[in-house]
Design a protein around this ligand. Structure first.
Ligand code: HEC
Length: 142
């Protein structure tokens, strides 16, 4: 019986000590630039021009991500399309693209984004930040 009481007391004391320790902070969310460096630069290159070290030997060359807007007839950066491409909703085409899907990026707080259709759509913040990072890389276009 005494053992139980002592054990209980020890656990209680330990719990008390632990509760005053600072709580571990959640790791800060990576920025768009950090996600790009970690997930994309290997193929698309540090500057996004499609010249990363892993681009060599891919059946399809990684797109030059600095000309996404300029290559569109509208010259407008297609935010929704870019986010869709990154998270893999656009199915890999039969031509065998090597562009992977990045589900990890979906695992972040959601923000409401109007991508041009007037409808605020819940969008994972990391995905949005990464797409905005690509928007900032554009040369020409809007
Ligand atoms: C394994 C190599 C590889 C990695 C890693 C990769 N991509 Fe790609 N990406 C490609 C290839 C190849 C294409 C061109 C074929 C296609 O469109 O699927 C492409 C195309 C794209 C396009 C379409 C561009 C356009 O003009 O329509 C976007 C946007 C893009 N990638 C963004 C990203 C982002 C952002 C990341 C990181 C989260 C990333 N990619 C990681 C290989 C890769």
């Amino acid at each position: 019986m005494r053992v139980y009481i002592l054990t209980g007391l020890a656990i209680f004391t330990l719990a008390g000590c632990l509760s005053v320790l600072p709580k571990p902070q959640a790791a800060p969310q990576p920025t768009g630039a950090q996600d790009f460096a970690q997930y994309c630069a290997a193929c698309h290159g540090v500057g996004g021009r499609g010249d990363g070290p892993n681009a060599v030997g891919l059946p399809n060359p990684p797109a030059d991500l600095t000309t996404i807007a300029a290559r569109r007839q509208s010259q407008i950066f297609p935010l929704a399309q870019v986010m869709t491409k990154i998270n893999g909703y656009i199915l890999r085409d039969t031509a065998g693209t090597m562009m992977p899907e990045f589900g990890d990026l979906l695992d972040s707080p959601v923000v409401l984004v109007d991508t041009g259709d007037g409808i605020p759509t819940p969008t994972p913040e990391r995905l949005l930040n990464l797409a905005e990072y690509l928007r900032a890389l554009q040369v020409g276009g809007a």
